[in-house]
Design a protein around this ligand. Structure first.
Ligand code: B12
Ligand code: SF4
Ligand code: SF4
Length: 322
C-alpha cells in the first residue's frame, strides 16, 4: 500500500526527473476508461476518416481501456518535447515545404531513449513496478491522455496546445503501475477563434476538433502508399507542401510567441526546411537513403516524395502555362 504522502512525493519526484531528463512538459493522469473520448474515436473510424491508416482501426478496445495493455496500470505519465526552431518558410515555388516536425532528426529516434531513462527512474523508485512507454507507437489516444494529464487543451485543429509553448511539441506516454497524484486538466482557450478551420486549404477540419484525415495534406503527403495518386481536390491545394503540412498550426495565435527548443537534433538538417522540386524529381534511391537516414522524411519513401513533388510541379505548370 502507498500512503498519500508517498504518492505525492513520488509524483513530484517523477515530474522533476522528467524535466531534468530534458522534457519541456510533464503531467500525470490516473487510469480510467475513456468513454466519451472512445465513442468520438469510434465515430471517426466508422466514418472512414482514417482512410488507409489501417492500424488506426485495430486494437480499438485498448484505446478505451489502457489496462488491456498493462493490467495493473494505475497512472499515465505524459511528457511533451518542444521541437520549435525560429525559422520560417519563404514563398519560393521551386521548393517543396517540409513540415516543421520533420526538419531535424526523427522524434522516434529521440523520445524513446529519454522515456527509457524516465522509466528506469520509476523502477528504481518502486522496485517491481511495471512501465510501458509509447511515442506514436501503439494503440493509445495520446492526445486524450495529454489533456487528462494537464499538458494542454485540444485545439480546434485537433492538436494539443500548451499555454506556454503552443502546439509545436511531441507527446510521449508512460503507463505505470505506480499510483500517482493526477495533474489538473486545463481549460480550452480557443474561444471564438476559427483561424485554423478557415486557413485549411482542403477543408480537412470538418468541424471544430474533428479532422478528416482523408482531406488532410499531411495524410496524403506522408501516410499514403506511393502508388496511390493524390486526388485533384487535394493536389491542387497543396500550397507547396511536399511533406506534411503546418498551416493550421502556423495561423494559431497560441503559436505566436514560441520558445525555441534546446534540442539541437530538432534544428533543420543542412539548414534545409524545404526541398528543390527538381532535385527530388531526379533523386536516386542512394541519395534519398543517405540524406534522410533518421529523418521522418524516410517514411514517405523516395517514390512517395517524388509523387508529392510531381503534384506540385504540375500545379506550377498549370499556374504558369508558358
Ligand atoms: C493518426 C494520426 C495522424 C493523422 C490523423 C490526424 C488526427 N487529427 O487524428 C494524420 C496523418 C492526418 C496526422 C497529421 C498530423 N500529426 Co499526427 N498523429 C496521429 C496519431 C498516430 C493518432 C491520432 C488519433 O488518435 N486520431 C484519431 C482521432 C479520432 O483523434 P483526435 O483527432 O484526437 O479526435 C478527437 C477529437 O475529435 C475529440 N472530439 C470530438 N468532438 C469533440 C468536441 C470537443 C469540444 C472536443 C474538445 C473534442 C472532441 O474526440 C476524438 C477522439 O478522442 C497520433 C499519435 C497517437 N497515437 O495518438 C499522432 C499525433 C496526433 N500527430 C502529431 C503531429 C505532430 C501531426 C502533424 C502536426 C504532423 C504534420 N506537421 O504534418 C499533423 C497535424 C494534422 C492535424 N491537424 O491533426 C502529434 C501531435 C502533437 C500535439 N501537440 O498535439 C501526435 C500526438 C504524435 C506525437 N506522439 O507527438 N496525424
Ligand atoms: S495539417 Fe494542413 S491540411 Fe491538415 S488540417 Fe491542418 S491545415 Fe488542413
Ligand atoms: S487557430 Fe484558433 S481555433 Fe484553431 S487551435 Fe488555434 S486558437 Fe484554437
Amino acid at each position: 500500500m502507498f500512503s498519500d504522502t508517498s504518492i505525492q512525493q513520488y509524483s513530484e519526484f517523477i515530474k522533476e526527473k522528467a524535466i531534468s531528463i530534458g522534457f519541456d512538459l510533464v503531467g500525470i493522469a490516473n487510469v480510467e476508461e475513456f468513454n466519451q473520448e472512445f465513442s468520438h474515436f469510434q465515430e471517426w473510424i466508422n466514418a472512414g476518416y482514417h482512410g488507409s491508416m489501417g492500424y488506426m482501426a485495430t486494437q480499438q478496445e485498448k484505446r478505451k481501456d489502457i489496462t488491456l495493455i498493462l493490467p495493473e496500470a494505475e497512472s499515465v505519465i505524459v511528457v511533451g518535447l518542444n521541437y520549435y526552431t525560429d525559422v520560417k518558410h519563404t514563398g519560393d515555388c521551386t521548393q517543396g515545404k517540409i513540415s516543421r516536425y520533420a526538419w531535424g532528426t526523427d522524434y522516434h529516434e529521440i523520445l524513446p531513449a529519454m522515456m527509457q531513462s524516465l522509466s528506469k527512474e520509476l523502477t528504481e523508485l518502486v522496485p517491481n513496478s511495471q512501465h510501458k512507454f509509447y511515442v506514436d507507437t501503439g494503440p493509445i489516444l495520446e492526445k486524450q491522455w495529454a489533456i487528462k494529464a494537464g499538458l494542454g487543451w485540444q485545439g480546434k485543429h485537433s492538436n494539443i496546445i500548451n499555454r506556454e509553448i503552443g502546439s509545436w511539441f511531441f507527446i510521449g506516454v508512460i503507463i505505470s503501475t505506480i499510483p500517482l497524484s493526477a495533474s489538473k486538466p486545463i481549460t480550452d482557450y480557443c474561444g471564438t477563434c476559427t483561424a485554423c478551420i478557415d486557413a485549411c486549404p482542403t477543408h480537412a477540419i470538418i468541424e471544430p476538433y474533428k479532422v478528416d484525415a482523408t482531406k488532410c495534406i499531411s495524410y496524403w503527403t506522408i501516410e499514403t502508399k506511393p502508388d496511390i495518386q493524390i486526388p485533384d481536390a487535394i493536389s491542387e491545394n497543396l500550397q507547396q507542401w511536399v511533406f506534411g503540412c503546418d498551416i493550421c498550426q502556423e495561423v494559431c495565435p497560441w503559436n505566436t510567441f514560441q520558445k525555441e527548443t534546446n534540442k539541437e537534433l530538432f534544428f533543420p538538417r543542412n539548414n534545409e526546411i524545404s526541398l528543390s522540386l527538381d532535385a527530388i524529381a531526379s533523386m536516386t534511391q542512394e541519395e534519398f537513403s543517405t540524406r534522410f537516414k533518421k529523418s521522418p522524411i524516410k517514411r514517405t519513401k523516395l517514390a512517395g516524395l517524388k509523387r508529392n513533388a510531381e503534384a506540385l510541379l504540375s500545379n506550377n505548370t498549370k499556374d504558369n502555362p508558358l
